[in-house]
Design a protein around this ligand. Structure first.
Ligand code: ADE
Ligand code: ZN
Length: 330
């Protein structure tokens, strides 16, 4: 059975990583930019492994050069998400790719994205909020500049700070300053950890960055004490099974720890990460979880309620969207 119509909440989606390859190819053509190396002959993104994926990702971002490009990207991404029943999405957005971390430029990019998001909400009912995202392998100094962008634009639309990129690069503790700045500006916090590296990265994210949510976090399964800590402290995991499987973290859904984590009482939510890169979307994720683990509409409703409860939006928005979930309305 297809879960396309089921209302869904997505907490972990990289805006740039959600760009359809045809959209990026079109922009590259407009700008006379040759990035043909990042595409397969049939037009999908081409990469060998995780680090190469990050390189290809950055090459794709090089085609996104203006506020208008980002506005058009938001329109394309939200249309696709809404078509898959997503009623609320929190998207990671990197000021690194939006005017090189200059606050004035960032504000122009942000205005274009918000305008597009407002139009998408009016057309499709989908609600979007942004999580500003430093990139770990760009280093802590750049992360501080990103945090300044976050501080200057924190509010009802920019609601959080996250960190993505190469989890094996540098020490997460060195990013604590950027996260402290964001917390002081009223932003809520999440961090990619335990996607590739072991439980110690998840522990570092909790201890040093004091995050309420963890992006992925699946490697926590190797440490029973950490799994208990996640459950006891109500830490929410933004689990992206299709991403993990396509990137080769796990051999398949049967070997993926999402069910074990949920059964252990950890707050699990489901997202797509970078859907076109991983040949996925929210409908496919749900369909595959239902087939493999026998999860039904009640399981998905529970997970969506967990996600809505952990969303970084204001409480009025949360109440409005919770109501939609309760009524099963897209
Ligand atoms: N940026 C985009 N996708 C990512 C992922 N899966 N892990 C880390 N950084 C990312
Ligand atoms: Zn991610």
């Amino acid at each position: 059975m297809s879960h396309k119509k089921l209302p869904k909440v997505e907490l972990h989606l990289h805006l740039e990583g959600a760009a359809p390859p045809s959209f990026i190819r079109g922009l590259a053509k407009e700008k006379n930019l040759d990035i043909s190396r990042i595409f397969t002959p049939d037009g999908t993104y081409k990469y060998r492994d995780f680090l190469h994926f990050l390189e290809v990702y950055e090459a794709a971002c090089s085609a996104l050069q203006t506020p208008d490009d980002f506005g058009r990207l938001v329109t394309a991404v939200l249309e696709e998400s809404a078509a898959n029943g997503v009623i609320y999405t929190e998207a990671f957005i990197s000021p690194d790719f939006c005017g090189g971390r200059d606050v004035g430029a960032w504000k122009e990019y942000l205005a274009a994205m918000r305008e597009a998001a407002d139009r998408a909400e009016a057309a499709h009912g989908i609600v979007m909020r942004g999580i500003i995202t430093p990139i770990r392998h760009f280093g802590p100094e750049k992360a501080r500049e990103v945090a300044v962008c976050a501080q200057k634009t924190a509010g009802d639309w920019i609601v959080g700070l996250g960190i993505g990129g190469d989890e094996s690069a540098g020490d997460l503790a060195d990013f604590a300053y950027a996260f402290d700045m964001a917390r002081e500006a009223g932003l809520q916090l999440t961090a990619h950890a335990g996607e590739w590296c072991g439980p110690s990265e998840v522990i570092a994210a909790l201890d040093h960055l004091k995050v309420a949510r963890i992006g992925h976090g699946v490697q926590a399964i190797q440490d029973a004490a950490l799994v208990k800590r996640l459950a006891d402290e109500g830490i929410v995991l933004e689990v992206c099974p299709g991403s993990n499987i396509t990137l080769g973290v796990y051999d398949g859904l049967k070997a993926h720890p999402v069910k074990q984590l949920r059964d252990a009482g950890v707050k699990v939510t489901i997202s797509t990460d970078d859907p076109p890169f991983f040949h996925t979307n929210m409908t496919l994720e749900y369909d595959n979880l239902a087939t493999t683990f026998g999860w039904d509409e009640n399981d998905f409703r529970d997970m969506n309620m967990v996600a809505m409860g952990a969303a970084f939006c204001d409480d009025a928005t949360r109440a409005r969207l919770t109501n939609k979930l309760e009524k099963n309305n897209v």
